[in-house]
Design a protein around this ligand. Structure first.
Ligand SMILES: [Zn+2]
Length: 96
């Protein structure tokens, strides 16, 4: 029996480019739990010389890109045009 965290690591290693919502659906869990898990996973996989690669969120209104963001949770509002239509971050686990 895998823990939810192990399952997330497996999904992000094999499938890649998953949104938080997709992880919530695949693990039958809540957004809050997945965000917490991802924070932990980010630390634990370091010892295996792996890291979480993030494709940044972007605004669907003005194409603003939320680059250089360190938080796991998705932004909710564009700082440029104040749109709340945000294309979410996508995560994958890569080596090195
Ligand atoms: Zn915008």
């Amino acid at each position: 029996m895998k823990t939810r965290r192990e399952k997330i690591v497996e999904i992000l290693s094999k499938n890649g480019d998953m949104t938080l919502q997709e992880l919530v659906d695949l693990t039958n869990s809540s957004l809050k739990m997945v965000v917490e898990d991802m924070d932990k996973v980010r630390k634990t996989i370091k010892s295996e010389n792996k890291r979480i690669k993030v494709s940044p969120a972007s605004c669907m209104g003005c194409s603003y890109v939320f680059s250089g963001r360190s938080r796991i949770s998705d932004p909710t509002k564009c700082p440029e045009c104040h749109s709340e239509r945000i294309s979410p971050q996508r995560f994958r686990i890569v080596s090195g």
